[in-house]
Ligand binder design. Sequence first.
Ligand SMILES: *Cc1c(COP(=O)(O)O)cnc(C)c1O
Length: 372
Amino acid sequence: MNNTIGKAEADSFVPAAPIEITRAATLAPLPRPPYGFGNHFTDHIATLRYTEATGWGEPRIVPFGELSLHPSAAGFQYSQSIFDAFKAHLQPDGSLAMFRPDMHIARLNRSAARMCIPQVEPQMLMELMQRLCDLDRRWAPSDPGSALYIRPTIVATEGFVSLRPARDYLLVVFLSPVGDYFAEGSAPVRILASDEFVRAARGGVGSAKTGGNYAAAMYATRAAVEQGYSQILWLDGVERRYLEEVGSMNIFVKIAGRVRTPPLSDSILAGVTRDTILSILRDSGAAVSEEPIAIDELFEAHAAGTLDEVFGTGTAAIVSPIGRIAYKGKEIQVRDGQRGPTTEWLYHKLLAVQKGKDNDPQGWRVTVPHFG
Ligand SMILES: *Cc1c(COP(=O)(O)O)cnc(C)c1O
């Protein structure tokens, strides 16, 4: 492929995108359920390369394998890297449908903008991911709660040491058959609201899906796990008072019959599942709002007997109930630790839409074509 277009053109260029496909010589045996989360990888990966001279190009699908990177690649040294994550589900007619891929690609580009990574042409990435899913469609699991997880990642590959945005990038997409992150029927989890650690600062990169946010969360999370909690409930970095996220999920609470989630900000990741859940709730006529929720308010609602439900949402975790919340040495139990009816209904409703068992008025499902 002899691309001689400039950067400005590359950003608006819709290529014929002849994807170079090299098939794996031997195909791996399929895993059996339970798959766990992210333990298995399919036969192929997809890649795109960016250089300043050519823009994004060289679309390729190659056998799954390791990557080779410069020791001084800015993606290693300075965390100039981003990712996104979504799922494709097997449908009742045997087809495979991605769930809201356009929104995930748009978010990848928002993360890219924040990290000085060049924008990817959405159609180019969409076709590349569809070709990859088509080629590895035999890996799509059919068990309830399971899906084919799709992880597009961009890493700065230019090797240099001074501090500036890199000039070369690699985009890689891998696929993984996954089960439920928290198995269905599992007990609601116990979480710790940290008054010591903060996930994201105002003006920082908390709303970008960039590796550093996850590395930054590990220390506090490990300490919480050692004390018997499963996640950290992150409070805002300014007042250390308002709920932001739980682990790597967006948080919802139901107080006195009203469902609430914190409004988006630059320290909250704009979850696609969050958006889907808000939309499902609004369509069902439920009382729902995006407004700040103070940690004291949760404890007061619990004392008043109006704390109905607490749950987290995310692609991996789907809709996960939260049973106990600890803060400053006090711990409250939500609904005697049982899963609440709204949490339960949303979990099944979301899976039904994703798996083609419910209608899809919003056009959230995108069928993966058979490219032959
Ligand atoms: C990915 C992620 C979410 C969930 O986003 P979805 O689009 O719903 O998967 C929430 N919080 C953080 C910090 C995340 O990284």
